[in-house]
Design a protein around this ligand. Structure first.
Ligand code: ADP
Length: 222
């Protein structure tokens, strides 16, 4: 039996749920690591699905366009919160829950913690309201494991200008907003230490990715 067959068998036998989310401020490297992890798991023949928030369904992608469009700079904070939640409600019911039911590993680039960090800590919306809405949107679904990729705000601006792409509505929110959201992530991670892994995102990509892969493999093998 080769190594990949072994892993698939181990994963199926383990009956563990693997709903893995990646969190962090824009440009922290979330997407890079989520996608690299998906590639790695696919190479191991493990069943895996990659999703990004907001998005992942026809309805959620349409909501994403509204949320990121700079034409909508006048969007109220509550409208923003409700739109993110609507996109999530559809994604959970249409895609995530059915996939987890088939024992597929679901990897999601952003989930409920983004709403707590950005709309709660960042924008200052009452945290209880945010939690209640998250619960309504997800039907109580909580990730099994969350990687918080953390970098400084200075580093974010460096990467943003190196990328040289036009920033979207969310990315144009300003330094103070991102500082608050980053602090928010730290609080959330400290409140749920069993679920969170805080990753120092300033190191080279391959070093970080190897750390992430090790953590996932240990979960499957144990
Ligand atoms: P996010 O999804 O958090 O917005 P991305 O994964 O899209 O971030 O990465 C944003 C940019 O930063 C990309 O150009 C990516 O290549 C770069 N980047 C990601 N991680 C690192 C790292 N550890 N060191 C240097 N640059 C990185």
């Amino acid at each position: 039996m080769n190594k990949s067959v072994n892993l698939v068998t181990l994963y199926k036998q383990s009956k563990i749920n693997m709903f893995i989310t990646f969190e962090g401020i824009d440009y922290s490297g979330k997407t890079t690591h989520a996608k690299a992890l998906v590639e790695f798991l696919e190479e191991q023949n493990l069943p895996v699905l990659f999703l990004r928030e907001p998005g992942g369904t026809l309805i959620s992608e349409k909501i994403r366009t509204i949320l990121l469009d700079k034409v909508n700079l006048g969007m109220s904070q509550v409208a923003e919160l409700l739109l993110f939640s609507s996109a999530r409600a559809q994604l959970v019911r249409e895609v995530i829950t059915p996939a987890l039911g088939k024992n597929i590993i679901v990897i999601c680039d952003r989930f409920t913690d983004s709403t707590v960090a950005y709309q709660g800590y960042g924008r200052g919306i009452d945290l209880e309201d945010v939690h209640r809405l998250n619960h309504l949107a997800t039907g109580g679904l909580i990730p099994d494991l969350t990687f918080f990729v953390d970098i400084t705000i200075d580093e974010i601006y460096k990467r943003q200008s190196a990328a040289g792409v036009e920033i979207d509505r969310m990315e144009s929110s300003g330094r103070e907003f991102f500082e608050k959201a980053r602090d928010g992530y730290w609080r959330i991670a400290q409140e749920a230490p069993d679920r969170f892994v805080v990753v120092n995102g300033t190191r080279p990509i391959d070093v970080i990715q190897n750390e992430i892969r090790d953590i996932i493999m240990k979960r499957i093998i144990n």
